[in-house]
Design a protein around this ligand. Structure first.
Ligand code: PMP
Length: 265
């Protein structure tokens, strides 16, 4: 499993941020996920989705004392998008504001925002939606973090621009640094999307995927650019344990397992 520890920690922290402290530690959640995969004897790429929710306790919106549950689903998974090289549009919906919700936390309620933006984009014939934050800065894709490339510089919005703190984002920042690229976390203006050399999305399900058109403007000539391709290849190596210094990102499920599962906490 790829970055299991970080995914379990994000789940526990996300729950804590919304007063939903779980009666299990991140390490215990990880153990539960490992047990599920072992019992199912997964032999292919699986997407893993742990989800915490409140149960018995009444209808009061103060759910702090309600019973907490964690369920884990794992299922064979191929690709999030049907095609490689995405056509996207800036959504008419803004990313949930930090003054009303906690976009940094992976809270299911935030996904109504992502879902509405996704459906709007698909109805208009695009592959994915890109959201701005309340201030009009670039935030992220409906289910992915966003990076732009300018020469040898890779930039992505900082966490205060209402983004989910993606684990793939963090992984790609580390890999880009390893590759000798300059890495910057900085606010990105909408207009920069149209002039960047390359744009790509990152996410557990999406992995690393090139954005080749934004609002009808072609990016990097309408195909994945060279830096995106290098980062994509490096990510693929990392997930498969082919980068010795990053082997600690992987948790083996059994001695014979050759493929990594992806946890989507
Ligand atoms: N932003 C949003 C809104 C997402 O749903 C996801 C997918 N989990 C991401 C970013 C990427 O996060 P991660 O790399 O941890 O999957």
């Amino acid at each position: 499993m790829f970055r299991l520890k970080e995914h379990s920690q994000r789940l526990a922290r996300s729950a804590h941020m919304i007063h939903m402290d779980l009666p299990w530690t991140a390490a215990q959640i990880s153990e539960g996920i490992l047990e599920l995969l072992k019992k199912n004897g997964a032999r292919e790429i699986v997407y893993i989705r742990p989800i915490a929710f409140v149960g018995e306790g009444g209808i009061n919106l103060d759910s702090r004392k309600h019973l907490k549950h964690v369920a884990v689903f794992a299922f064979p998974f191929r690709a999030y998008f049907e095609r490689s090289g995405l056509r996207v549009c800036v959504s008419s919906w803004r990313r949930v504001s930090r003054s009303s919700m906690i976009p940094r936390s992976k809270v299911a309620a935030n996904y109504l925002n992502s879902s509405m933006a996704t459906i709007e984009a698909k109805l208009a014939g695009y592959d994915e939606a890109l959201l701005l934050d309340e201030e009009g800065r670039v935030s992220e894709g409906a289910g992915e973090n966003l990076f732009i490339v300018e020469g040898e510089v890779v930039a992505t919005p900082p966490t205060y621009t209402a983004i989910l703190e993606g684990i793939t984002r963090q992984t790609v920042l580390a890999l880009a640094h390893d590759m000798g690229l300059e890495v910057r976390e900085r606010p990105i203006d909408r207009s920069e999307l149209y002039t960047a050399d390359e744009v790509f999305f990152t996410g557990t399900a999406t992995e690393v995927e090139a954005v080749v058109e934004i609002d009808g403007r072609k990016v990097s000539g309408g195909e994945a650019g060279p830096v995106t391709k290098r980062i994509k290849a490096s990510y693929s190596d990392a997930v498969r344990g082919r980068i010795p210094k990053h082997r600690a990102w992987l948790t083996p499920v059994n001695a014979n397992s050759r493929r990594a599962g992806r946890a989507g906490s």
